[in-house]
Design a protein around this ligand. Structure first.
Ligand SMILES: NC(=O)c1ccc[n+]([C@@H]2O[C@H](COP(=O)([O-])OP(=O)(O)OC[C@H]3O[C@@H](n4cnc5c(N)ncnc54)[C@H](O)[C@@H]3O)[C@@H](O)[C@H]2O)c1
Length: 385
C-alpha cells in the first residue's frame, strides 16, 4: 500500500497517522520540533495500549500498526508519498511555506491536503505551482475515534483529486462529507450558535451556566452542555475558531464572539486542561446546581435550537453542502442527537420561522434574521425530507 505523509506531529497529526497506519499504510510523520515527535510516539503507543486493553485490537496488530509509522524531521522523506496531510499550527502563512517546500520534493501528481479547521484552502493552493492538487481533509479530534471527515475542494482543485482523496479516506473507515471552501466548512460553521447563543443567554442573565448546560443536556438531548463543551474543547481553541469565522464572514453579527469567553481566555481559564474555565475543576471545587425549571429549560432549548437550525438551513441555501451531508456532519462530527434539518421537519418549519422572527422583533439585530430558505419553504409548504 502507498506510504502516507503527515506534516505536524501534534494532537491531530498523530491521530491521523494512527488512522492511516490502522488501514495498512506505511506512514511518515514529520515535525520540525523533535520533542513533538517523541511525544507523538508516546501518545500513539498509549492510545494503542488502551485499544488492546479494551479488546479492540490484538497486541500483535497494535505492534505491527506502530511499526508502520516512521518519525522524521525532514520533509524530503515525503518524496514517494502520493498523499501528504498537513496538520501544523492554524496559520495560513506557515501552511503556505510548508506546502511550497513539500511541492519541491513530491511527485507531480501527489495530493497535498490540509487538516485546517477554518482557513481558506484556496489560499494554500495559491502557494503551489500545481494548485489543482490542493484539498482540505478535515478530521475531528480525536481523529482515531471520530468518524467524520470533511472533504473540501478549493476553486483550484481537480475533480479527480477530490474523488481520489475521498476514496482513500472512505477506505480508512471514515464517513466523508463534501463541503464548500467557506469559513468553518460545515461543522465549525453550523455549530457556532451552540456556543454563541448560550453565551448571549448567560450574559443577558436569562439563566446561569449550569442551568443552560442542564437544559441542553436533559431537555435538548445533547451529549454535553455548551459550557461543559467549551471547557472540554478549550476556551482558547473555541474562541479562536469563533473569531476566525466572524472575521471571515465579514463581521456578520451571527458569529460575533463574546467578551465573557474572551475574558476567560485572557485569564488563561482555558477549561479542563487549566483546571479553570467556565467551571472550576480544582480538587474540592463544587459544581453549581442548575435551576431545573422545565419552562425555562424549554425556552433555552427552543432559542438555541432555532439558531442552529437556521444556520444549517442557511448553509444548505448557500450550497455549502447537501442536506444529507449537513445532517450527517452534525450527528457524526459533534454527536448531535438528531440532524438539524430532520429536526426542523419534526418541530415544523413554521415554528422555527416564528421563533427566529420573534427573536428578530425583540432584538432588531441582524443576528436573528431568518434564513430565506426557511421562509420560502414555509410559503411553499415544504419540508427538508
Ligand atoms: N485540535 C483540534 O481539535 C483540531 C481539530 C481539527 C482540526 N485541527 C487543525 O489541525 C491542525 C493541527 O492542530 P493540532 O491541534 O494538532 O495542533 P498542535 O499544536 O497539537 O500540533 C501542531 C504541530 O505542528 C508542528 N509544527 C508547527 N510548524 C511546523 C512546521 N513548519 N513544520 C513541521 N511541523 C510544524 C508543531 O511542532 C506541533 O507539533 C490545525 O490546523 C488545527 O486547526 C485541530
Amino acid at each position: 500500500m502507498d506510504t502516507i505523509g503527515i506534516l505536524g506531529a501534534g494532537a491531530m497529526g498523530s491521530g491521523i497517522a494512527q488512522v492511516a497506519a490502522a488501514a495498512g499504510h506505511n506512514v511518515i510523520i514529520c515535525d520540525n520540533y523533535t520533542l513533538a515527535l517523541s511525544k507523538a510516539s508516546k501518545n500513539i503507543q498509549a492510545s494503542l495500549k488502551k485499544m488492546v486493553e479494551k479488546g479492540r485490537i490484538s497486541e500483535a496488530d497494535a505492534y505491527s500498526l506502530f511499526s508502520r509509522i516512521k518519525f522524521t524531521d525532514h520533509t524530503s522523506d515525503f518524496r514517494n508519498c502520493p498523499l501528504i496531510i498537513e496538520a501544523i499550527v492554524e496559520d495560513v502563512e506557515q501552511k503556505q511555506i510548508c506546502f511550497k517546500s513539500m511541492e519541491a520534493v513530491v511527485a507531480e501528481d501527489a495530493i497535498l491536503a490540509s487538516n485546517t479547521s477554518s482557513l481558506s484552502i484556496a489560499a494554500m493552493g495559491a502557494s503551489l505551482k500545481h494548485p489543482e492538487r490542493i484539498i482540505g481533509i478535515h478530521f475531528f479530534n480525536p481523529a482515531q475515534l471520530m468518524r467524520l471527515v470533511e472533504i473540501i475542494p478549493a476553486v483550484q482543485t481537480d475533480p479527480a483529486v477530490v474523488q481520489k482523496a475521498r476514496d482513500i479516506v472512505d477506505g480508512w473507515g471514515k464517513t466523508t462529507v463534501l463541503a464548500k471552501d467557506t469559513p468553518g466548512f460545515i461543522v465549525n460553521r453550523v455549530a457556532r450558535p451552540y456556543y454563541g447563543e448560550a453565551l448571549r443567554i448567560l450574559e443577558e442573565g436569562i439563566a446561569d451556566l449550569s442551568t443552560i448546560d442542564w437544559a441542553m443536556r436533559e431537555v435538548g438531548g445533547f451529549r454535553m452542555g455548551p459550557f461543559e463543551l467549551m471547557d472540554f474543547i478549550g476556551n482558547d481553541i473555541n474562541y479562536a475558531v469563533t473569531e476566525i469565522v466572524f472575521e471571515n464572514f465579514y463581521y456578520d453579527p451571527r458569529y460575533k464572539p463574546s467578551f465573557t469567553q474572551k475574558r476567560l481566555v485572557d485569564a488563561h481559564y482555558f477549561g479542563q486542561k487549566s483546571q479553570r474555565g467556565f467551571y472550576d475543576y480544582r480538587d474540592g471545587a463544587v459544581k453549581p446546581e442548575p435551576k431545573k425549571d422545565p419552562a425555562l429549560g424549554q425556552e433555552i432549548v427552543n432559542r438555541i435550537l432555532a439558531m442552529l437550525i437556521n444556520e444549517a438551513a442557511e448553509a444548505l441555501y448557500l450550497n455549502v453542502a447537501t442536506r444529507d451531508d449537513i445532517d450527517m456532519a452534525m450527528t457524526n462530527g459533534v454527536n448531535y442527537p438528531k440532524g438539524l434539518l430532520a429536526w426542523a421537519d419534526e418541530i415544523g418549519i413554521e415554528t422555527v420561522v416564528q421563533r427566529m422572527d420573534s427573536l428578530y422583533v425583540e432584538y432588531l439585530d441582524d443576528r436573528y434574521r431568518c434564513s430565506r430558505l426557511l421562509r420560502k419553504m414555509l410559503r411553499e409548504n415544504k419540508t427538508f425530507y
